[in-house]
Design a protein around this ligand. Sequence first.
Ligand code: DQA
Length: 147
Amino acid sequence: MKILVLHGINLNMFGKRDPAQYGTATLADIEAALHQLAKELGVEVESFQTNHEGEMAERIHRAHQQAVDAVVINAGAWTHYSYGLRDALAILKCPIVEVHMSNVHAREAFRHHSVFAEIVKGQICGFGVDSYLLGLRAAVSAAAAKA
Ligand code: DQA
């Protein structure tokens, strides 16, 4: 089983940005934790980070061709306004799990809305690095249920 983990805009700065919201783990630390869990679960994780919306759309298009089994996405601020990425994600037939390190509902109003909400299987937020790990577990079981 192959799970694609997508990291959007500014997420390469985890570890350096707003530790009160995001803690001190870097994207490399998150990746290491995801790969460790993937090993335990016996699945393959491939990940991708970009700060360019068009590049993210193209990576999602490739996921359609690759037929990945599930997607875990933290799109950062794009979550709140990118209809382009929502449309790209909507092309996929596999389950999509939206994750956020911070509890977006306890923050500014603009973060309370996700334009992906209607097309994802579910959302996990507020658990720091564990949001990704819970997201991976949810993606694996959603993909297994679909297979
Ligand atoms: C975030 C929450 C978003 O609102 C924010 O723009 C981010 C990170 C999170 O992981 O908590 O960049 O997606």
